[in-house]
Design a protein around this ligand. Structure first.
Ligand SMILES: Cc1ncc(COP(=O)(O)O)c(C=O)c1O
Length: 343
């Protein structure tokens, strides 16, 4: 694949696609320690055919973004939270942890080295960063790998869901994403392999993605594809599901804070019954890639439940979106410690 050329990109029409940028960060775990850490131009990983990542899915990753501000600085949104979540994912899969402070520093190095690819301020485009750690080395039994590669690569992106702030519809899935005591709280490769078929089924039926229900009763909402769910109740409470198999979304926890402190809403993390959607006047999917995508309707057992509208974003969702993205792009004052300058 040819290296991307920043001068040829149409910043207003970026999709959510891989691009081979000039630099990425890599580090190798060998002989019990991280070594050879630094930037490289090589976009290819050279690994053994017997690497545990290939057979047994020993892989964890993160998704985060760099934002260009109106005064042309570049900043990160809560990168320490991504570092902490990656630590948790690595511990769940018996992988060595890349130190959290070094993680944030490495992210900054990648953004700086590829800064021509951080989109200009103004249309919501950002640089998406993908930290990844995989188990490598030759092992054929089901064991933790003897070696690991940690890498962070990046690419400029536009909207994840085609609608942007236009509502999209979702459908519930018959499949489970993760078990309650499985790996749902960790951001690990296997969860996403398991989501490919349900996601594809949803797309074939004309939906943006599927909503997973809890793996025990198939009744309580868990996740919206690879984003968390939130609803705004008719009496102005920001509600989001509580479950041990949901990925703790950094965006969701940020919205819980902003709903309470900036928008003066009530907030609650609790079970949300798919048969009790009438309580909501608005609903949305939230995550780093999805940002906030309004949910127009949710199909379940043949009925489409429309929340606010299938055409327009609701007023509370819009306010949350403006507040969150204002903080991320540096136009709204951030709570202490939420943004870190890159340059
Ligand atoms: C399954 C899943 N849920 C939720 C999220 C949203 O998490 P965050 O807001 O930290 O990006 C993601 C994306 O990372 C995800 O993959």
């Amino acid at each position: 694949m040819a290296k991307a050329d920043a001068s040829k990109l149409d910043w207003n029409n970026l999709g959510f696609e891989y691009m081979d940028l000039p630099y990425r960060f890599t580090a190798h775990w060998k002989d019990g320690k991280w070594q050879d850490a630094g930037l490289t131009e090589d976009a290819t990983l050279h690994i053994s055919e017997a690497s545990p990542v290939l057979h047994y899915g020993q892989a964890a990753f993160e998704g985060m973004k760099a934002y260009r501000t109106p005064d042309n600085h570049i900043q990160l949104f809560r990168p320490d939270r991504n570092a902490a979540r990656l630590r948790n994912s690595c511990e769940r899969l018996l992988m060595p942890v890349f130190p959290e402070d070094k993680f944030v520093d490495a992210v900054k190095q990648v953004v700086k080295a590829n800064s021509d690819f951080v989109p200009p301020y103004g249309n919501g485009a950002t640089m998406y960063l993908r930290p990844l750690i995989i188990g490598t080395g030759g092992v054929i039994g089901v064991h933790a790998a003897p070696e690991y590669i940690f890498t962070i690569f990046a690419m400029p992106v536009g909207n994840y869901f085609k609608g942007g702030l236009t509502p999209v519809n979702f459908t519930t899935s018959q499949y489970d994403r993760a078990a309650h005591k499985g790996t749902g709280q960790a951001k690990v490769g296997g969860n996403y392999a398991a989501s490919l078929l349900p996601g594809e089924n949803a797309h074939e039926n004309g939906y943006a993605d599927c909503v997973y229900l809890d793996p025990v009763e198939h009744r309580y909402i868990e996740e919206v594809g690879s984003a968390n769910f939130f609803g705004i109740t008719k009496d102005n409470v920001f509600k989001t599901p509580k479950s041990p198999s949901i990925l703790p979304s950094i965006t969701k926890y940020s919205l819980l804070y902003l709903a309470e402190h900036n928008l003066d809403l009530g907030v609650s993390e609790e079970k949300i019954d798919v048969h009790d959607l009438d309580q909501f006047s608005e609903a949305g999917a939230c995550g780093t890639a999805a940002v906030i995508s309004p949910i127009g309707g949710l199909e379940h057992d043949g009925d489409l439940h429309v929340f606010y509208s299938e055409k327009e974003v609701g007023p509370v969702t819009k306010k949350l979106y403006d507040t969150l993205t204002g903080i991320q792009f540096g136009t709204v004052e951030a709570p202490e410690g939420w943004v870190q300058q890159v340059e």
